[in-house]
Write a protein of this length. Structure first.
Length: 236
């Protein structure tokens, strides 16, 4: 895999794939970044870097690394886990942005679907600003089965949905082991996945648009859950 963009390459050098970074191509300006000190860098033109990584969004740098090392879904479940599960999220930009927020919030891991969903790709690495390098991400063959397993392990599963059955997002306490489930961009949670959730939750919508982007909704809900699980520090 060739990752590109300054944040994506920097975090690849710092994360679990650091030992596999085998080649770094950088423009003259990018090669002067302090965090590249000690790394073997080949100078290249922007056109050469674009040819190597296949994208014009490279910011003057790309690097070759091993394929992303996925975890097993069961490895993300423990007595106080906070897991983000994505039901067929297909846009790499959304997956990357959600992973960035998840890493900042401190989730235990992210579960994505094996089929009909975005996987961890170079575009996702860049969109996450390299956050995927520090996250445990698992692929589930069947997300509903994963949620059933999570419930057997004592997790409470909360699905985000614009649904009359949903309770306000600030009603649950989100304590203990929890799984936040977000649906696909076009149709939200699939019926079987929604049925596996202990509760459906909804953010308030005061305007004329009927829903939020999955990335925006996920960010709001993850920070609400963080606030409830570990109250944020407040100035005296």
């Amino acid at each position: 895999m060739i990752v590109y963009g300054r944040n994506a390459v920097r975090e690849a050098l710092r994360g679990r794939r650091s030992a596999s970074v085998s080649q770094i191509l950088a423009s003259e300006s990018a090669a002067r970044e302090p965090w590249l000190s000690g790394a073997f860098v080949l100078r290249a033109s922007p056109a050469e870097i674009e040819h190597a990584c296949g994208s014009g969004e490279h910011q003057g740098i790309c690097a070759t690394v091993d394929d992303f090392p996925y975890s097993q879904p069961s490895e993300l479940l423990d007595s106080d886990c906070f897991v983000l599960a994505l039901d067929e999220v297909q846009d790499p930009q959304n997956l990357g942005a959600l992973c960035r927020t998840a890493e900042c919030v401190g989730v235990s891991g992210v579960v994505i679907c094996e089929r009909r969903a975005a996987a961890v790709s170079p575009a996702v690495c860049r969109a996450s600003a390299g956050a995927v390098e520090h996250l445990r991400i698992a692929r589930a063959r069947n997300l509903a089965d994963f949620l059933a397993d999570a419930k057997r392990e004592g997790c409470w599963c909360y699905g985000a949905a614009v649904d009359k059955r949903a309770v306000p997002y600030d009603q649950p306490d989100y304590c203990g082991s929890v799984v936040l489930v977000l649906g696909a961009e076009s149709h939200g949670l699939r019926p079987r996945v929604a049925a596996c959730c202990d509760a459906l939750i909804a953010l308030p919508l005061r305007g004329r648009v009927g829903s939020l982007n999955v990335n925006a909704a996920g960010a709001a809900l993850m920070y609400q859950m963080l606030h409830r699980r570990r109250p944020l520090d407040r100035a005296p």
